[in-house]
Design a protein around this ligand. Structure first.
Ligand SMILES: [Zn+2]
Ligand SMILES: [Zn+2]
Length: 289
């Protein structure tokens, strides 16, 4: 029997707990300080409640991403999964067996080293949801990512609006101050940020954290949407540039007359690709020819 050359990792809940603790801390600070101050400044209640609505939706899809079977391949559904996608014979070849599960690998599947199972349309293993992202939970993961980005960005915009109001109402930007050399200086952005940090240290720190988070999540969301619209998984995107090199290395004798470069045969237009994410093929449904 073949022995795996890698050391199997194991699933654990550390990042799920960290995720919930961070989210809890951010929302506690928002509720404890920002919400009250903004109500005093007569901000729209709908605007102030929007982060809570996004949190509610986010937590639902977070839970769904965590607990939904991503598309585990078993002896019972192996044959049905084999019919869902065609083999491109470059990245996915027919009659390849997973040495660990001892199952024939359907096209677009991959063995997850963390969960120790083969997953249909494997995208990646996400430590934040402690689950693989595959055919059956990619839709939940996408909405989870979308609402998480939206909640961070919305909260950042509420805090920014609040701090701008504070500056405008206090006419602070019209003031002057005496610097360390004893010279009178007009208030500039750096001075304003320092002043606001002294006045509302936790709120300004939260804003900095949320701005960085919004850019990171926004960038990742754009990447995930690009992959969804072009019908690629993260695994395929990562391997696409390496397939030809592996091919040359493994099949040097005889050399192929035409180099077989990876081409995405699974994309059928952005709309159809997105529909595939949100209405994934179930193992009981056979592929329509
Ligand atoms: Zn496997
Ligand atoms: Zn996994």
């Amino acid at each position: 029997m073949m022995r795996p050359t890698w050391t199997p990792k194991s699933r654990n809940y550390t990042f799920i707990i960290l995720h919930l603790v961070l989210q809890g801390m951010v929302y506690t600070e928002y509720t404890r300080e920002v919400f009250g101050y903004c109500q005093e400044l007569e901000f729209s209640l709908y605007y102030l409640l929007l982060p809570y609505l996004l949190l509610l939706v986010n937590l639902c899809f977070f839970a769904l991403s965590c607990v939904t079977n991503p598309g585990t391949i078993t002896k019972a559904n192996e044959l049905l999964f084999l019919q869902v996608y065609e083999f491109d014979e470059v990245m996915f070849r027919k009659n390849v067996r997973c040495p660990t599960c001892d199952l024939r690998k359907p096209a677009r599947s991959k063995h997850c080293r963390v969960c120790n199972r083969c997953v249909h349309r494997f995208d990646h293993h996400c430590v934040w949801v402690n689950n693989c992202i595959g055919a059956w939970n990619a839709r939940y993961f996408l909405i989870y990512l979308l609402t998480l980005t939206a909640s961070a960005a919305t909260m950042a915009s509420v805090i920014t609006a609040f701090l701008v109001q504070v500056v405008v109402f206090s006419d602070l930007y019209l003031e002057t101050y005496i610097d360390t050399h004893g010279h009178s200086q007009v208030v500039d952005t750096v001075f304003l940020v320092q002043y606001l940090f002294l006045l509302f240290p936790r709120i300004v720190f939260l804003l900095g954290f949320l701005v960085v988070l919004s850019f990171l999540l926004g960038g990742y969301l754009c990447f995930a949407l690009y992959l969804a619209a072009t019908n690629q998984t993260t695994n395929e995107w990562y391997r696409a540039g390496r397939v030809l090199c592996q091919h040359c290395r493994h099949e040097a004798q005889p050399p192929p007359t035409e180099p077989r470069v990876f081409q995405n045969i699974y994309s059928h237009g952005a709309w159809s690709n997105l529909r595939e994410i949100f209405l994934p093929a179930a193992p009981y449904k056979k592929k329509k020819k």
